[in-house]
Structure formats: C-alpha cells, structure tokens
Design a binder for this molecule. Structure first.
Ligand SMILES: O=C(O)c1cc(C(=O)O)c2c(n1)C(=O)C(=O)c1cc(C(=O)O)[nH]c1-2
Length: 237
C-alpha cells in the first residue's frame, strides 16, 4: 500500500487525484518505441507501422464507449459520454477522429485500403486492444470510466508529436497531423468528465486502490501495444 494511505481511511479528493496523476510515470510516453518516434529517430516504415497498428485502437474507442453507455443507467452521464462516440465516428459534416486517423495514414504513405483491412496489425496489439474493450464491456461502468484516465497524460503526448514531427519528418504532410490537434482539446474535456466521475465514485480506501489498479491495467494495455510494435519494427527494449 502507498505510504500516504492509512488502512480504512480514504484519501481526500486532492490526494486521490495526485495518486492517479503519479501513474503518469508508466505512461507509454516513456516507452522506447514512443521515445524513438518523438525524437526523430523513426524510419518511414516504423512510422507507417505505428499508424497502421494504432488504427486498431482508434476503431475500438467508440465501441468501448458504446459499451459504457449500454452499462450505464444514469442519463446525465450518458448525455456527456456520448460525445466521445461522436468525436471518433463523426456526425453531420464532421468526418470524426477515425477518418482523421485514416488521413494521418495517407499522409505517412499508407493506402486507405491497407489501413482499413488491418493487414499490418500485430497480434500483440490486437490482443491488448481487445483486453481493453472486453474490460469495458464486462466491468461496472464506473470502472470502465476509470480505465479511460490514461487520457490524463494523452494531451502531453499529442502536443509532443505536434512539436517534434514537422521538423523531424518534413515528408509527412502537415494536414495529416490534424488528429493530434483535435485531441489536445478533446482529451482535456474528456479528462475533466472522467476524473470527476472517478473521484466521486471511488470514495473508500479499497475503492481508491481499485481505481489505481484499473489505471495500471490500462497503462499496461498501452505499454504492451508499444512492446509488440517495438518487437516487430526492431526497436531495442
Ligand atoms: O496517442 C496516444 O498516445 C493516445 C493515448 C490514449 C490513451 O491514453 O488512452 C488515447 C488517445 N491517444 C486518443 O487519441 C484517444 O482518443 C483516446 C481515447 C481514450 C480512452 O481510453 O477513452 N484513450 C485515448
């Protein structure tokens, strides 16, 4: 148990949030594969491999969000959460995040077809993504909400890409990076919502510990995706 915690006594909201944020130490921003991507050391093939594999995660996000909606009896929560599906699938004139990701693929030299048929997706990536979706299907909706909280750290990783890719990879068309621009704001809004629900629900010391374990599970999902890609695209671990 963490040094701050006393048996039976929950952390205050501030302490609990700080514990969740501390988990950022094991975010995939620190994974060697991501460090390679964001320090300009990736080859064209490695970047293409990452984009093609991550497509599988992008497809899964609105599906797991639909699972959360289907498990959640609280209309107010559903009214907020449904925005995530609209963000990724798009609505009206907005083609949405999945299409923005396909455009990133086109900008790095992949064809629409080879992204959509997922021929490059590695088993380890698929298994990790499936584990996330299945967790969100089967667990109580509050636990599934909590598992989205890796987004606490996502805005930084998107900003890092926007700050380094144009200079390091000038061959990637700038328009292709629009997905990252959209997410820097969308993920902040998502975090506000997911964090409030998590701080409200996980209000005993046992539940708070459970929330930290759930967040660790999701960090492991992302880490495993990077491990699998590092193995396939020959990045030393
Ligand atoms: O590029 C990334 O490193 C990254 C990480 C994460 C994350 O931390 O789960 C998400 C995203 N991107 C992302 O774009 C996104 O839409 C998203 C939704 C979620 C979620 O769990 O609901 N995570 C993430």
């Amino acid at each position: 148990m963490n040094a701050l915690a006393q048996p039976g006594r929950p952390w205050s909201r501030e302490q609990f949030e700080a514990q969740l944020r501390q988990k950022g130490k094991s975010y995939h921003i620190h994974h060697p594969f991501n460090v390679m991507l964001n320090t300009g050391k990736a080859s064209r093939e490695q970047i293409q491999g990452w984009v093609a594999n991550r497509y599988c995660y992008q497809l899964a996000i609105p599906i797991k969000d639909a699972s959360i909606l289907s498990n959640c009896p609280d209309r107010d929560v559903r009214r907020g959460w449904i925005q995530r599906i609209l963000d990724h699938d798009g609505y009206g004139g907005d083609p949405g995040g999945i299409e923005a990701w396909v455009r990133l693929g086109l900008a790095v030299g992949l064809s629409r077809e080879e992204m959509k048929d997922q021929r490059h997706v590695i088993p380890g990536v698929r298994f990790a993504v499936d584990a996330y979706v299945n967790f969100c299907r089967r667990q109580p909706w509050q636990e599934a909400v909590c598992s989205s909280l890796t987004e606490l750290f996502a805005s930084a990783i998107h900003s890092e890409r926007l700050a380094t890719w144009p200079e390091n990879y000038p061959w990637i068309e700038a328009d292709g990076l629009q997905y990252f621009r959209n997410r820097t704001t969308q993920s902040r809004r998502d975090v506000e919502q997911g964090l409030t629900l998590t701080l409200d629900h996980f209000d005993t010391s046992e539940l708070q510990q459970r929330a930290l374990d759930i967040l660790q599970f999701k960090l492991d999902v992302l880490w495993q995706m990077n491990d699998a890609m590092a193995l396939r695209y020959k990045v030393p671990l």
